[in-house]
Design a protein around this ligand. Structure first.
Ligand SMILES: [Zn+2]
Length: 341
């Protein structure tokens, strides 16, 4: 059961129908790599594992699939040609590393399908979800601010010197490579401001290959995106871009999500995606998460039904969420479809 044909405009509608109306996105990738001992204190962040521990990346993707995720997001969030070149890689090697992030996720999906074939027929084995289903590989693209690794992905403030053209030039080659990598879609994640959304939309429209994409913004006040730009204006850019198959919010505290979904609904007819963080806050100066400000997995999932009722069609977790979070979301959504059938 492969993903729906990418060239059709009904890509996401077909996928969501296969998934029973709501699809599950994976949880934090970097968080989970760190929990398994990876040291991500590096300008490449999680992409460092493409070099140092590709097997661990594959294992984490598999853990998310076995927790019930229908979409896995590659380790390319902070993987950039510029970032790899700064480490001494050639441009060819840097491009190969980007492709490798997708290859690893595709390998995990293949291994998973193999386990499903061997597994039990009811789809649940030792707490692992082994259910043959349509699974998408989403190639992650983090913001320019993520590449800078100076906390500006959470301020969205790049200064006046960084223009629309700067951002398009910065992202162009990576978008091209990932569009042709075999990924099912591109996940533009944690988009902090309007100019970067515009840059992505223009790059997608310049591409020959009509790769589907989602735009996912982050907010720290529950109203605007982190830069202070209007979420409505940002979401309207996504709405106007033909390649965009879903629009939403990630890496934002759960308590803000309800209001943000209602806002996005005002400007889009596209499926809405949300994958909040645990609610803990990130201290960009200290480069660490502030503990004890977040919610438990149970509290997190207590919101999920409500989010779906008001229009979320893709739900998962971002930083500080784990396979347990995704397993809990899977449980809630399975109960929901059992009740409605
Ligand atoms: Zn995050």
């Amino acid at each position: 059961m492969g993903p729906p044909a990418a060239e059709t405009s009904s890509f996401m509608a077909d996928f969501l129908r296969h998934s029973g109306g709501v699809a599950i996105i994976d949880g934090g990738l970097a968080t989970e790599l760190e929990r398994h001992g990876a040291d991500l204190n590096d300008p490449l962040w999680s992409a460092k594992c493409l070099l140092s521990s590709p097997h661990l990346v594959r294992k984490v993707h598999l853990d998310y699939l076995e927790a019930g995720a229908d979409i896995i997001i590659t380790a390319s969030y902070q993987a950039t040609i510029q970032g790899f070149e700064a480490k001494g890689f050639s441009s060819g090697e840097s491009e190969a590393l980007l492709r490798k992030s997708v290859e690893i996720a595709c390998e995990a999906r293949d291994i998973y399908y193999g386990r499903c074939r061997e597994g039990s027929s009811d789809g649940d084995t030792d707490g692992r979800v082994l259910k043959q289903r349509c699974i998408l590989v989403a190639a992650s693209i983090g913001s320019y601010g993520a590449y800078l690794a100076d906390g500006s992905e959470y301020s969205g403030n790049y200064g006046d010197a960084v223009t629309l053209e700067t951002l398009k030039d910065f992202h162009r080659r990576r978008v091209q490579i990932l569009a042709e990598s075999g990924a099912d879609l591109i996940a533009f994640e944690t988009v902090p401001n309007k100019v970067e959304a515009q840059a992505y939309a223009e790059l997608l429209e310049e591409e020959d290959k009509k790769i589907p994409a989602w735009f996912s913004f982050n907010s720290k006040d529950g109203i605007n995106v982190v830069s202070g730009d209007s979420l409505l204006e940002c979401a309207a850019i996504a709405e106007a871009c033909k390649n965009v198959v879903a629009v939403g919010i990630n890496c934002t505290p759960p308590r803000f999500i309800h209001g943000l979904i209602l806002s996005i609904k005002k400007v889009t007819t596209k499926p809405i995606l949300i994958y909040p963080n645990s609610g803990e806050s990130y201290d960009g100066d200290q480069k660490e998460w502030v503990q004890n400000t977040g919610v438990s997995d149970q509290d997190f999932v207590s919101y999920v039904n409500k989010w779906c009722e008001i229009g979320a069609a893709l739900v998962g977790g971002c930083c500080r969420t784990t396979p347990n979070t995704i397993r809990a979301i899977y449980g809630i959504l399975s109960n929901r479809s059992a009740l409605s059938s």
